[in-house]
Ligand binder design. Structure first.
Ligand SMILES: [Mg+2]
Length: 423
């Protein structure tokens, strides 16, 4: 749970910020204060537990800017809200932990402030590899990267950076910030060599370059750098470029996730089931461990559609996923195979437990009334299961499908399990 401190005299601003934070960030606790005194109390009671703060420069019981100074002096990443630019604000912006100031005259200031907090909290999880042979420049960047919430790992040349990226530590790094001129291996060669291992959708490489080095810049981009930051850098530029590139990485991650999901239910799709299941089957085959594959199908689904229409049919299908996720373990692979049919792959489960689990699941569906505005929809499911040791997902699916067919022909609302023949 991340704690976020909001300090503003206006109840409307506090509540708008709270709503926006809750909408965009799960797992956050809001601590709200309308005076300096309240903020001080909250900070004292939550020593070292507050991750970020949004603080108005004008509070009723202190000098201008004192509230923000208070938060920043307790090492809290602070965003300042202000009515207008002035000298107090200018002074504040030079302070450690004060990341940005947002004018309340901007009609979007609430959304902007919350987006900034969201990025700061994201950055706490991110590691940046900073590569420069000059300690002076490294220190300048490190300072600002820390201010933005990043964990910083340093390398003094391309060679050291490459070795870090090739080690297990490299897995945790999402951004490489590299200088051009360095002994042993320069930034362009580093970029080229990193791109052989890491695609642009998993690692952002940002070149640090003096503005007069136009040629180097072109070569950097050709070698696979995503972007560049000029040297000496401005805090604002670093902030914008790094966060923009992390946003892109996040979008790639989301897109990958979407491509694996069924649009209607959010369960995994058929393609992903095949991709993931072959890996799981291989692993269990090596361990000589049995697995279970179950096919779950809504009984008389056509009747639901004919009686209530497709919208209700869709609700019935979505309900399958809700019931399955409630009854199964997180590690079980659940996919929609099309229409009203779902497939589940379970590992680390005994023969007896498989039977007990799916019979309980059958009953969960039978006694599950979906209460809609003026109707109650209820349906049963039939379940076919294959159980045993196999490294062939097609065989497991074929056997569970045969079992499902048998369950249907025995009058539905039934579970049938077929064991895979040992070869
Ligand atoms: Mg250099």
């Amino acid at each position: 749970m991340k704690k976020i401190l909001l300090v503003d005299e206006s109840p409307a601003t506090l509540s708008a910020l709270t709503i926006e934070i809750k909408r965009h960030m799960s797992n956050t606790e809001i601590l709200a204060a309308s005076t300096y005194r309240e903020a001080n109390n909250i900070i004292r009671h939550n020593q070292n537990q507050i991750s970020a703060a949004i603080v108005n420069t004008e509070l009723p019981d202190c000098e201008e800017g004192q509230g923000a100074m208070l938060a920043s002096s307790h090492n809290i990443a602070t965003i300042v809200l202000n009515k207008n630019e002035n000298n107090v604000l200018k002074h504040l912006m030079t302070k450690k932990n004060i990341l940005d100031n947002i004018s309340t005259a901007n009609p979007n200031f609430i959304a902007y402030a919350v987006d900034f907090v969201k990025k700061v909290l994201r950055n706490y999880k991110e590691s940046v590899l900073l590569v420069d042979d000059s300690k002076l420049f490294r220190d300048a960047f490190k300072n600002d990267l820390h201010k933005l919430g990043f964990h910083v790992i340093e390398a003094i040349d391309g060679k050291e950076a490459f070795d870090i990226m090739a080690s297990p530590q490299g897995e945790s790094i999402s951004v490489v910030l590299t200088d051009y001129n360095m002994p042993n291996m320069d930034g362009i060669e580093l970029t080229m060599r990193l791109r052989e291992r890491f695609q642009k959708d998993t690692l952002a490489i940002l070149a640090i370059s003096a503005t007069e080095d136009v040629d180097a810049l072109t070569q950097f981009i050709k070698a696979g750098a995503n972007d560049f930051i000029s040297k000496p850098h401005q805090f604002e530029e670093l902030n914008v470029r790094i966060n923009a590139n992390l946003d892109v990485l996040e979008l790639f991650k989301e897109a990958k996730n979407l491509a694996n999901r069924d649009f209607l239910t959010g369960a995994y799709n058929r393609r992903y089931f095949f991709e993931a299941s072959s890996a799981i089957l291989n692993k269990n085959h090596r361990k000589n461990a049995p697995i279970a594959v179950a096919t779950v199908d809504i009984d008389n689904f056509k009747n639901i559609n004919d009686t209530y229409g497709h919208d209700i049919g869709d609700i019935a299908i979505k309900e399958v996923v809700t019931v399955l996720h409630k009854s199964l373990r997180k590690s079980d692979l659940v996919a929609r195979f099309g229409g009203e049919e779902f497939c589940i792959l379970l590992e680390d489960i005994s023969f007896e437990n498989t039977l007990t689990l799916f019979d309980k699941l059958r009953k969960n569906f039978k006694f599950n009334d979906i209460e809609l505005k003026d109707i109650i929809v209820n349906y049963t499911v039939s379940i076919g299961i294959s159980y045993g040791r196999s490294d062939d997902i097609d065989e497991m699916l074929k056997v569970s499908d045969d079992a499902l067919y048998e369950a249907k022909s025995r009058g539905k609302d039934t579970v049938i399990l077929h064991q895979i023949q040992e070869k």
